[in-house]
Write a protein that binds this ligand. Structure first.
Ligand code: NAI
Ligand code: MG
Length: 353
C-alpha cells in the first residue's frame, strides 16, 4: 500500500516533534510494509511573517494528499487570531473537516491530577463538531467603544452539519462500548439544543445497539474528571467541545499526550492530524518538548489510512516509552525530544510493541 502525505511542521517545537513522528513513520513502513510519499510545506507564523501567505497558498498542494500531518503554528510576533482564522479554521472549513476527534485515554504510568483514576476507567473519545456553532465567527457590535456597547455573537447549527457528526459518532460507538453521550445545554440554548436532541434521537433509530445518554455541559465538567467510566463516545458542538476536550487533556496527563484528528467525513478533502499543544516558543530549540502527542497523532493518521496494525504498534510503543519517563516535560524528562523519538521508532521497527 502506498499513500501520499502532506507535512506541515509549522513553528516552534512543531518541526522538532514532527521530525520524531516521521522517524517513527519510517520505522512503521519498514516493519509493516507500506510506503508514503511525503511533501513538506512551509506554513505558519515564520512563513507568514516572511511572505504574508496563509492557507490560500497551500490549499491546492494540500488537497492532492491522502492526509495531513500537522505540527503547530504560532509566534508572539503574529497578532493572535491571524493564524487561527487565516489558517487553522480556514482549513477546517474549506476541507470540511467536520469531526474533531479527541481520544481521552489515561495511559499506564502517566500521572494524572485526578486521584484514584486508573487507565481502565478512562477510555473515551470526544467528537467535537468542527465547522459550525459559535466558531463561524459571525457577530456584530453596536455602539462599540461607548458605555452602551452591545455585542451579539451568533452560533450556526444546521441539521446537515449536526447529522454528519452525530452519524459518525454512532458508527464510532458501534466499534467500541456502544454508548453515545450528547453534551449540550439544551435547557438554556433551547433552539440549538432542540435541534441537536432531535437529530440524535432520529439517527439513534439506525443504531439500536447503541445506548444514548445526555449530560449538560456544566455537569460534564464534574462527571468527566470524577466518573470518566460513564463515557464511551461523547458528541458535542464546536464551543463546548473545545472546552471539554481541554479538560479531557488535563485528566489524561496534559498537553504532552493529548492528540486529535480533524476528519473530513465525505472524502472530498484530506483529514488532518495534530497534537493539541501549540508551538511552545518558551521551550523551542531546547530539546525538552515531549514528542508523544505528535507521535500519537501519527497513530491516528495510520488508523485513518487503514494501517491498523501499524497504528496500534506506534501507540503501544509510545505508551511504553512514556510510562518509563520520570517527568512528561521539561528538563527532568530524562531524555531529549530526539532521543524519545528514536526510542519509540526502535521499538516499532523491531516489532517489540
Ligand atoms: P502551548 O501548547 O504552545 O504551550 C503551553 C505550555 O505547555 C508551555 O509552557 C509549553 O512549554 C508547554 N508545552 C506545550 N507542548 C509541550 C510539549 N510537547 N512538551 C513539553 N511541554 C510542552 O500553548 P501556548 O503557550 O498557549 O501557545 C503558544 C503558541 O502556540 C501561540 O502562538 C498559540 O497561538 C499557538 N497554539 C497553536 C496551536 C496549534 O497549532 N494547533 C494550539 C495551541 C496554541
Ligand atoms: Mg482548545
Amino acid at each position: 500500500n502506498s499513500y501520499s502525505l502532506a507535512v506541515l511542521p509549522g513553528d516552534g517545537i512543531g518541526p522538532e516533534v514532527v521530525a520524531c513522528a516521521l522517524e517513527v513513520l519510517d520505522a512503521a513502513e519498514a516493519r509493516y510494509g507500506f510506503a508514503t510519499r511525503r511533501e513538506t510545506l512551509a506554513a505558519g507564523a515564520n512563513h507568514y511573517l516572511a511572505t504574508g501567505e496563509l492557507f490560500d497558498a497551500v490549499e491546492a498542494p494540500l488537497r492532492a494528499h491522502d492526509a495531513i500531518l500537522f505540527g503547530s503554528m504560532g509566534d508572539p510576533r503574529v497578532t493572535p487570531g491571524i493564524l487561527e482564522r487565516g489558517f487553522i479554521l480556514e482549513m477546517r472549513q474549506r476541507f470540511q473537516q467536520a469531526a474533531n476527534v479527541r481520544p481521552v485515554r489515561l495511559y499506564p504510568g502517566v500521572p494524572t491530577p485526578i486521584s484514584g483514576l486508573t487507565p481502565e476507567r478512562c477510555e473515551l473519545v470526544i467528537v467535537r463538531e468542527n465547522t459550525e456553532g459559535a466558531y463561524v465567527g459571525r457577530g456584530s457590535t453596536v455602539h462599540a467603544g461607548t458605555a452602551h456597547a452591545v455585542a451579539m455573537q451568533e452560533s450556526l447549527n444546521t441539521r446537515a452539519g449536526i447529522e454528519r457528526v452525530v452519524d459518525f459518532s454512532f458508527r464510532l460507538a458501534l466499534g467500541r462500548r456502544r454508548k453515545l453521550t450528547l453534551v449540550h445545554k439544551t435547557n438554556i440554548l433551547v433552539a440549538a439544543g432542540q435541534l441537536w436532541q432531535q437529530v440524535v434521537a432520529e439517527v439513534s433509530a439506525s443504531y439500536p445497539e447503541v445506548e444514548v445518554d445526555y449530560v449538560h455541559v456544566d455537569a460534564m465538567c464534574f462527571h468527566l474528571p470524577l466518573t470518566p467510566e460513564r463515557f464511551d463516545v461523547v458528541v458535542t458542538d464546536n464551543l463546548f467541545g473545545d472546552i471539554i476536550t481541554d479538560l479531557g487533556a488535563v485528566i489524561q496527563g496534559g498537553l504532552g499526550v493529548a492528540t486529535s484528528a480533524n476528519l473530513n467525513l465525505d472524502g472530498t478533502a484530506p483529514s488532518m492530524f495534530e497534537a493539541i499543544h501549540g508551538s511552545a516558543p518558551d521551550i523551542a530549540g531546547t530539546g525538552t518538548a515531549n514528542p508523544a502527542g505528535a507521535i500519537l497523532s501519527l497513530a491516528l493518521l495510520l488508523g485513518h489510512l487503514g494501517e491498523g496494525e501499524a497504528a496500534r504498534a506506534v501507540e503501544a510503543a509510545t505508551v511504553e516509552v512514556l510510562g518509563g519517563l520520570p517527568a512528561l516535560a521539561g528538563p527532568d524528562m530524562g531524555a531529549t525530544t530526539a532521543e524519545l523519538g528514536s526510542r519509540i521508532a526502535t521499538i516499532v521497527r523491531e516489532g517489540r510493541a
